[in-house]
Design a protein around this ligand. Structure first.
Ligand code: BDR
Ligand code: CA
Length: 309
């Protein structure tokens, strides 16, 4: 099994990504590091613990708290999208049996990678603060992990938090720059360009049926879908973070192209914007494998079938 660390700001779609990863049975999840983002660090951590408990794996998978705020900026929560609690109101009465494990997310990432050199895949579905902090401590980490998969950015389309910026990049653009320029041999960017094609509909949710997972998905996605409808006039919701997990499971779900990519950090209107040098005007070496196409049907099939397991 593939060794992975998930880095999350749980969040409705992060939770679905965790469920996909656990249910797949194909990942050896070394731990889940949490970070501020959609909700506060404490909320993201509690939500992550709840999801593991729902799946009955809270004793097997440690949850480790990471950064409480972005590197240089204030927190920017997304309660409008994910609800006050971050899970769209689901699991609100669940009491957590097992809370987080002692430690600091960025240190946990370093420790695990050193224990399993060349073997660990990092699946990042939140602002990139934790990984940037890990790199500050250990720059050679770039040659010690197997690969990095980042849900974040948008190269051709519009943003989802400002007119031009995707949320994870917008919240901590300084961290994103550090990660993109660190020199990872394989860094795959799963941006809105492809995640907006990975749409969960009512029909999919119905297929999941009246099971604990099915009921959870129905409840947690109902407001999330309404919100997506208001913004996009599409009756569905985008599985942003689950698609990043999907790419970790099956590379061939997406097609990628190597480009030089940067993130804007010093603009009044464009902070967090993903800049992709499609025509190599800057004459820089590509640093990112950008997802440019996705087999949505195959992904949704994988998602539903895995959750039905
Ligand atoms: C990303 O932003 C967050 O709100 C989601 O959890 C996802 O990671 C999508 O832009
Ligand atoms: Ca997320």
């Amino acid at each position: 099994n593939k060794k992975v660390i998930l880095d999350v700001d749980t969040g409705v779609d992060d939770a679905l990504g965790i469920i996909l990863a656990v249910q797949s049975g194909e990942m050896d999840i070394l731990g889940i590091t949490t970070v501020n983002g959609n909700v506060s660090l404490d909320k993201a951590t509690e939500n992550t613990c709840k999801i593991l408990q729902l799946l009955g794996v809270e004793e097997q998978i440690p949850v480790i708290k990471g950064a409480v705020k972005p590197l240089m900026r204030n927190t920017f929560f997304e309660h409008r999208v994910h609800g006050e609690d971050g899970l769209g109101g689901a699991l609100s009465t669940m009491l957590v049996n097992k809370t987080e494990t002692e430690g600091f997310g960025p240190d946990f990432i370093i420790e695990q990678v050193l224990q399993h050199p060349g073997e660990v895949t990092l699946v990042m579905t939140a602002p990139l603060t934790n990984l940037a902090l890990a790199l500050a401590k250990r720059p050679q980490l770039v040659h010690e992990v197997k690969e990095v998969i980042v849900m974040g950015g948008v190269v051709k389309g519009f943003g989802n938090v400002t007119p031009v910026a995707e949320y994870n990049m917008y919240v901590d653009p300084e961290a994103a720059r550090i990660v993109l320029h660190a020199g990872f041999p394989v860094l795959t960017l799963v941006g809105l360009d492809v995640t907006r094609q990975a749409l969960l509909t009512d029909e999919h949710v119905t297929l999941l049926g009246d099971t604990p997972i099915g009921r959870y998905v129905l409840q947690s996605t109902s407001d999330y879908m309404k919100r997506y409808w208001e913004r996009n006039q599409v009756k569905a919701c985008a599985l942003h973070d689950p698609l990043a997990v999907g790419v970790a499971l099956r590379k061939d779900l997406v097609t990628t192209q190597a480009y030089y990519v940067d993130i804007e950090t010093r603009s009044e209107l464009c902070d967090g914007q993903t800049i992709c040098d499609f025509q190599n005007r800057l004459k820089r070496e590509p640093n990112v494998q950008v997802c440019v196409g996705v087999n949505s049907e195959a992904f949704l099939h994988l998602f539903v079938q895995t959750l039905l397991k």
